[in-house]
Design a protein around this ligand. Structure first.
Ligand SMILES: Cc1ncc(COP(=O)(O)O)c(C=O)c1O
Length: 369
C-alpha cells in the first residue's frame, strides 16, 4: 500500500492508525457483531461511543462544565445561520439585535452575509484592503450587541488571530473549523465555538458546537426545531439521528491525539512543521508567503511563485501543482478565489509529508531556473 501526502484543506488527511482501527472494526465493532454504521443511535452499543467522544473532547480542550457540547449537521456553514438565529433574531422582523463581525477572509465574509438575514450585522473591521493577508485591530463592540464573531483561523488565506479581541461582556463567537485542537485555546473566553469536523476532527458530516449554557434558549418561537440550540442541548444531540459514524471516527481521532500527548504535544509538532515550511519559504528565491509574518496560520500555508510576468507565473504554478501530484504530494492548488498554492498541514499530516514537500519545492526551484 502506498499512501500519498494529502495537503487538502478539507476533507483532509486522517491519522493512519485511526483508519486502520476503523477498518479492523468495520464489520464487528467492540464485539457487537455489527458495524458502527449499522447501529441504532439510541442503542446500548452506540451510546458509549458518543459519550466517550464528548468526554475526550472535553478533556483535551479543557471545556468547562458550564458549556454544552453538541454534535450537529449542516457543516460550519449552518452555524453562520444558527448563531444569529439563536442569539440575535427577534420575534418580529425589525426586532433583531446587533452583532459585530470581523471580516478576515472569505468564510468570515460569508458568516457576516448570512448573519445579516437574522441580526443587525455590523462589520466593524476587516482586511479585504490587502487581500486578507493580515488580521486587523479589533474594535470594541457596542455593549448591546448580541455577540462578536471572528474566524480564528482563515483556511483560504492562511491567517490566524495572534490574540483574542477584548469584547467585555459581549459573547465572543469563533469559527474554529480549521484550527480546533491544533494549539491551546481558553474555551472560557468564548460564548460559542464551532467547527466542521472535516479538518482536524474526522470525516465530513459532523459540526461540533461548544456553547455556554446561558446562551441557550434565546431563539424566537418561529425558529425551525432543527436550528435551535435548546432542542439539541435538551436531547443531547439526539433530537434526530446524529451523524453516528462521523462521531465514532472523531472519537478515534481524539483517542489518537490523547495518546500522542494531547494539546501540548500536538502544538509542538504543529509549530515544528509550520516552522520548517515558513523557514523554507523565507529562504526560497522562487516561492514566497503572501501573509504578514505576525498572522501566519499553523494549519494552512498559502504560497506563490515570485514571478512578475502574470502568464509565466500562472504557467509555473500550474506545472508545480501537476508535478507535485505526480510525485504523491496532492491537493496543493490554492483556493479557486485566490489562486497560487496552499499546503494544509493539519494535525494528522506527518512531519515527513512537510519535509517531502519542501524537498520537492527545492528540486522544482532548481529545475525552474
Ligand atoms: C473557516 C471555515 N469556516 C467555514 C467553512 C465551511 O464549512 P462547511 O463546508 O463545513 O460548511 C470552512 C470550510 O472549509 C472553513 O474553512
Amino acid at each position: 500500500m502506498k499512501r500519498i501526502f494529502n495537503f487538502s484543506p478539507g476533507p483532509s488527511v486522517l491519522p493512519l492508525p485511526v483508519l486502520e482501527r476503523a477498518a479492523a472494526e468495520m464489520t464487528d465493532a467492540n464485539g457487537s457483531g455489527q458495524s458502527v454504521m449499522e447501529m441504532s443511535h439510541r442503542s446500548k452499543d452506540y451510546k458509549p461511543i458518543i459519550e466517550k467522544t464528548e468526554a475526550l473532547l472535553r478533556e483535551l480542550m479543557g471545556i468547562p462544565a458550564a458549556y454544552k457540547v453538541l454534535f450537529l449537521q449542516g457543516g460550519a456553514s449552518l452555524q453562520f445561520s444558527m448563531v444569529p438565529l439563536n442569539l440575535a433574531a427577534g420575534e418580529k422582523p425589525g426586532e433583531s439585535r446587533g452583532a459585530a463581525y470581523i471580516e478576515t477572509g472569505i468564510w468570515a465574509k460569508k458568516a457576516a452575509e448570512e448573519g445579516a438575514k437574522y441580526a443587525k450585522v455590523r462589520v466593524i473591521a476587516g482586511s479585504k484592503d490587502r487581500n486578507y493577508t493580515y488580521i486587523p485591530e479589533a474594535p470594541a463592540p457596542d455593549p448591546d450587541d448580541a455577540y462578536y464573531h471572528i474566524t480564528l483561523n482563515n483556511t483560504i488565506v492562511g491567517t490566524r488571530w495572534p490574540k483574542l479581541p477584548e469584547t467585555a461582556s459581549v459573547p465572543l463567537i469563533a469559527d474554529i473549523s480549521s484550527c480546533i485542537l491544533s494549539e491551546p485555546l481558553d474555551v472560557s473566553k468564548f460564548g460559542i465555538l464551532y467547527a466542521g469536523a472535516q479538518k482536524n476532527l474526522g470525516p465530513a458530516g459532523t459540526t461540533v458546537v461548544i456553547i455556554r449554557e446561558d446562551l441557550i434558549g434565546h431563539a424566537p418561537a418561529w425558529t425551525p426545531a432543527l436550528l435551535r440550540y435548546d432542542i439539541h442541548a435538551a436531547e443531547a444531540s439526539m433530537y434526530n439521528t446524529p451523524p453516528c459514524y462521523s462521531i465514532y471516527i472523531i472519537g478515534l481521532v481524539l483517542e489518537w491525539l490523547k495518546d500522542l500527548g494531547g494539546i501540548p504535544a500536538i502544538t509542538k509538532m504543529n509549530q515544528e512543521k509550520a516552522g520548517l515550511f515558513y523557514d523554507y519559504l523565507e529562504s526560497s528565491k522562487l516561492f514566497r508567503s503572501p501573509v504578514d509574518k505576525n498572522f501566519r496560520s499553523l494549519m494552512n500555508i498559502p504560497f506563490v511563485c515570485q514571478v512578475d510576468d502574470a502568464e509565466k507565473k500562472a504557467e509555473l504554478e500550474g506545472r508545480f501543482v501537476k508535478e507535485a501530484a505526480a510525485a504523491g504530494l496532492v491537493n496543493l492548488a490554492g483556493h479557486r478565489l485566490v489562486g497560487g498554492m496552499r499546503a494544509s498541514i493539519y494535525n494528522a499530516m506527518p512531519i515527513e509529508g512537510v519535509k517531502a514537500l519542501i524537498n520537492f519545492m527545492d528540486q522544482f526551484e532548481k529545475g525552474s531556473k
